[in-house]
Design a protein around this ligand. Structure first.
Ligand code: KIV
Ligand code: ZN
Length: 528
């Protein structure tokens, strides 16, 4: 591996890259991806299984719901460090400190506070309205507040990409002196290109005092499609922590995608000569879980986790792969978990087997009634579909069950008529807070007719921004998973529904979206 930086030469630098996953924080800032506490817990458990070093579970000061989710995750997760984001303000840092307290009670004392303040001129003058001196003072103070709760304090210079390098050196010198252990250099706006990002990392490590006493970290956004390339350039120049998200979820065009960073480091170990502690066979199951819960489908040609990532279409390629796999494959599908999709249960499986599998998947249902209801839905599904996979179980509980408490609208009955030459027509009965309502409507297609029938009853006026259907597993008997993105009054939510009938899945997704739209759990964007 070539590195421009003497201080992080091969002798000094650790060979292990710390994977810091921010799916539950930066990923959650994607429009409509806001998650419930139960959903965050399921993802956190899977991230622990995946082997990430650090789980950024949220932003404690953003809402009581986020605080509660971080607090619970900090009590449940022991193999990964649990982290809360905090702006450099006393209230934020103290909320983060309180949220991670359960982690500090584990033997591993694995709680981290990640505090940040903007350091670019444009942010300091227009957003913070603070001088350079004030920013340095606040950054140092924030690190000191954080150290009252944990020795594991990370500091980020927001918009480092557009910050003056001399000022960055000054801020980093000061926060290291104050006790920060990880220094994160974010490309907040996705502006960099690999050569200059690598150079920036190398320069900082060279110029900052005591840079060998801290872990250097990179956090890249994907606005120019270079988040992964930039992260790897930083690694090649001394960064030993990469902040990333599953499926590259995140603000705007997203963050560096965890699966791409990890597999690049593994597949090109001849160049990087580094490792991660990720169990790569858990990558695809984690990707599917995050996609199901957030309602963000994975594009088929997405590297590593897209449905076509290992599909060879041309005859020449197929022939080559059959003769010798490495002719066209640089990674093995099974190494990233493509075959981990286990046939879990079938029609004859009993309640205990069902309950045990849910537990293994990290799905904790609250009461016996809840288990009974989910089991009865599982039996209905098993009647329609011979083989039930883990993904089916995730979809079975997602979007419906975990939101039960906040479900105003439920689908009771749906009938659609659709034939060539006729206008599609839908008849729907739904329960509105326990009261049944019925309506019918024509539409351009059966889904359109169903949505119109629902709207005629609920009059939400929500704007439908996205409608997408994906099959959860393969085969024509697979469940279709539908995502709808609804926007109203500045709020954006993703509703999901799954069923072997995609019109029913669509109606469920629409109602799930409406339920989320009307739920009280407001979230705040940490970067505002
Ligand atoms: O993109 C960014 O700058 C961030 C910071 C809070 C690290 O997400
Ligand atoms: Zn970010």
């Amino acid at each position: 591996m070539t590195t421009n930086n003497e201080k992080t030469s091969k002798e000094n630098a650790s060979k292990e890259i710390i994977i810091f996953d921010t799916t539950l924080r930066d990923g959650e800032q994607s429009p409509g991806a806001s998650m419930t506490k139960e959903e965050k817990i399921r993802i956190a458990r899977q991230l622990e299984k995946l082997g990430v070093h650090v789980i950024e579970a949220g932003f404690a000061a953003a809402s009581p719901g986020d605080f509660d989710a971080i607090h619970t995750i900090a009590s449940l997760i022991t193999k990964s460090t649990v982290c809360s984001l905090a702006r450099a303000s006393e209230n934020d840092v103290r909320r983060a400190g309180e949220a991670i307290t359960p982690a500090m009670q584990h033997a591993e004392k694995n709680g981290r506070i990640h505090t940040f303040i903007a350091t670019s001129k444009i942010h300091m003058e227009n957003k913070l309205r603070m001088t350079e001196d004030q920013v340095v003072e606040r950054a140092v103070q924030a690190v000191k507040w954080a150290l009252e709760y944990t020795p594991d304090v990370e500091f980020s210079a927001e918009d480092a990409v557009r910050s003056d390098i001399d000022f960055l050196v000054r801020v980093f010198d000061a926060v290291i002196e104050a006790g920060a252990k990880t220094i994160n250099v974010p490309d907040t706006v996705g502006y960099s290109i690999p050569a200059s990002w690598g150079e920036r990392m190398a320069t900082l490590i060279k110029r900052v005092k005591n840079s060998d006493k801290v872990i250097w970290s990179t956090h890249c956004h994907n606005d120019l499609g270079m988040a992964v390339a930039n992260s790897l350039a930083a690694v090649a120049n001394g960064a030993r922590q990469v902040e990333c998200t599953i499926n590259g979820l995140g603000e705007r065009a997203g963050n560096a995608s965890l699966e791409e960073v990890v597999m690049a480091i593994k597949t090109r170990s001849d160049i990087f000569n580094l490792t991660t502690r990720i169990d790569t066979t858990q990558i695809v199951p984690t990707s599917k879980l995050v996609s199901t819960i957030t309602g963000y489908p994975v594009q088929p040609n997405k590297a590593i986790v897209g449905a076509n990532a290992f599909a060879h279409e041309s005859g020449i390629h197929q022939d080559g792969v059959l003769k010798h796999r490495e002719t066209y494959e640089i990674m093995r599908a099974e190494d990233v978990g493509w075959n981990a999709n286990k046939l879990t249960l079938g029609k004859l499986s009993g309640r205990n087997a069902f309950r045990t599998r849910l537990k293994e998947l990290g799905i904790e249902l609250e009461s016996e009634d809840a288990i009974n209801a989910a089991f009865s839905r599982f039996k209905d599904l098993a009647d329609k579909k011979s083989e039930i996979f883990d993904e089916d179980l995730h979809a079975l509980v997602s979007g419906e069950f975990v939101h039960e408490a906040s479900e105003n609208y439920k689908l009771v009955y749906l009938h659609v008529a659709s034939q060539t030459g006729e206008t599609p027509h839908a008849v729907i009965t739904l329960s509105d807070n326990g009261q049944e309502k019925r309506a019918e409507a024509d539409g351009g297609g059966p889904v359109d007719a169903s949505f119109k029938a629902i709207e005629s009853m609920v009059n939400s006026g929500a704007e439908l921004q996205l409608y997408s259907v994906n099959n959860i597993t393969s085969g024509t008997d697979a469940q279709g998973e539908v995502t709808v993105r609804l926007a109203k009054g500045g709020r954006i939510v993703n509703g999901q529904g799954a069923d072997t009938d995609i019109v029913i899945a669509s109606a469920k997704a629409y109602l799930n979206g409406l339920n989320k739209l009307y739920s009280k759990d407001e979230k705040m964007n940490p970067q505002v």
